[in-house]
Structure formats: C-alpha cells, structure tokens
Design a protein around this ligand. Structure first.
Ligand code: PGA
Length: 250
C-alpha cells in the first residue's frame, strides 16, 4: 500500500503577517501541478489566519506548532485544539524537541495533548527523537521507544493509523548536521515496528512517518528514496518559498 508523502514546514518563531502572505503567494504557483503529495505549513499562532486567507482555493494545509490539552479555562498564554480548528487548522505538531527541551514538556503532557488533539479532530504530528549524548551512548532505540510508549498511551488504534509521527534526532535540528539516510531509515523502521506491535498491522501500514532535522533541497531526495520514509518536517529550509518548493518537488 502506498502512503501519500507529506512535506511539512515548521516555521517556528519566524515571520510577520506580510512575510507569511508573501510566502504563500510565491509558493502556490510553484506547486500548482503537485497532486500526489500533501503540503503543510505550520506558522506561529498569530499568522495562521493570514496563511489561511492567502491559501484560499489551493490544496495547501495548515497546522499549528503546539496547543494545550484543556478545551478552555484559566490557562494564560495557551491555545486549545478547538481554537485551532476554528482557524481551519488540520494538523498540530506535538512533542517537538524545542517544546521538550526548551520549554520542559514531559511525556505525560505530550500524551494528554495528543489525545486532546485527536478528540478535537486535529491530526497530531508527534515528534520523537534522541539527544546527542543519548545517541553516543547507543540509547536511540530505548529513547524513541520510551517516548512512543508514553506519548501514545490510550490513543485509539484508528487514530494512530491517520496520525503522523516525525523522527527528529535532536542533534540534527537546526544544526545543519542531518542524520544519515541509514540512521533515519533505521529509526523509522523501529517506529513502524512499534506501531505494528502496539496498534496492529493496519495502523503500521497507514501511519505516515517523517524524517526531520536539517532537511534541505540538496538532501531531500535521498531521504524520500528510503523505503518507509513518508516525508519531511522541515524548519530552516521551509522559510523561503523557493527552497520549500524545491523540497516539495524533490
Ligand atoms: P530544521 O528543523 O529543518 O531547521 O533542522 C526541523 C524541525 O525542527 O522540525
């Protein structure tokens, strides 16, 4: 069975309204002929509505970079899944390493967010991956499996089939030091085997697993050529429409 490739832009804390609109206006004509893959932009919260407006009539999807698990209430500074749905978001990135290691998000919190996103009808893009010292101690498998085990606790089988998992080794994010295709492929095979054993064959076959970490137009194809790698989650190289279009058209 073939899974549709997904090329996702994570803008992180970059751009203002005019830049976001100019990006979408420049990108759309470059990818107008693309039919066989999904393209997603995850802007910062304040730019979601502008990107939604600029993408009208196109197949570009929108996602958010984070959310809180409660539906509403006294949670100053937080954003709920319902609010993201209201802005026409379809996806939400959860457990990104910057959330884990800059903002101290733990596995239990990420699990609650994952379940809340699914319940609200958002597709989670769950990020997992080891830090440099963990890789050097040969702990990659253990770390990734532990994150999956905790972050996907009580997630229903059917929801896993339609969600996205991104393998993002922390040492490769924003460093220009990308994982080798073998390392990326091995980790992604491990993730799919975990999904198989925990959620069954159908979920394992359907779940899309991305690689993320210093993906650039020059190395995109080598990842996409690997069996089991279904797309990329891209930070730095997704900020420029020219470069993002090259990634999409790999
Ligand atoms: P990068 O970021 O492409 O800039 O390494 C990837 C990510 O954080 O998702």
């Amino acid at each position: 069975m073939s899974r549709r490739p997904l090329i996702a832009a994570n803008w992180k804390m970059h751009k203002v309204t005019a830049e976001a609109k100019a990006f979408v206006t420049a990108l759309l004509p470059k990818i107008a002929e693309v039919r066989d893959r999904d393209v997603l932009v995850c802007p910062p919260f304040p730019l979601i509505a502008s990107v939604d407006d600029a993408r009208k009539g196109s197949k570009l999807s929108i996602g958010a970079q984070n959310m809180y698990f409660e539906e509403k209430g006294a949670f100053t500074g937080e954003v709920s899944a319902t609010m993201l749905k209201d802005l026409h978001c379809e996806f939400v990135i959860l457990g990104h390493s910057e959330r884990r290691w800059v903002f101290g998000e733990g596995d239990e919190l990420i699990n609650k967010k994952t379940i809340a996103a699914i319940n609200a009808g958002l597709i989670p893009i769950l990020c997992v991956g080891e830090k440099l010292d963990e890789r050097e101690k040969n702990m990659t498998e253990q770390v990734v499996l532990n994150q999956l085990d905790k972050n996907l606790k009580s997630v229903p089988e059917h929801a896993v089939a339609s969600m996205i998992i991104a393998y993002e080794p922390v040492w490769a994010i924003g460093t220009g030091r990308n994982a080798s295709t073998k390392d990326a492929k091995d980790a992604i095979t491990l993730i799919r085997e975990f999904i198989h054993s925990r959620f069954g064959a159908t979920s394992a076959e359907k779940v899309r697993i991305l690689y993320g970490g210093s993906v650039k137009p020059e190395n995109m194809k080598q990842y996409m050529d690997q069996e089991g790698i279904d797309g990329a989650l891209v930070g730095g190289a997704s900020l420029d429409p020219e470069s993002f279009a090259k990634l999409i058209l790999y």
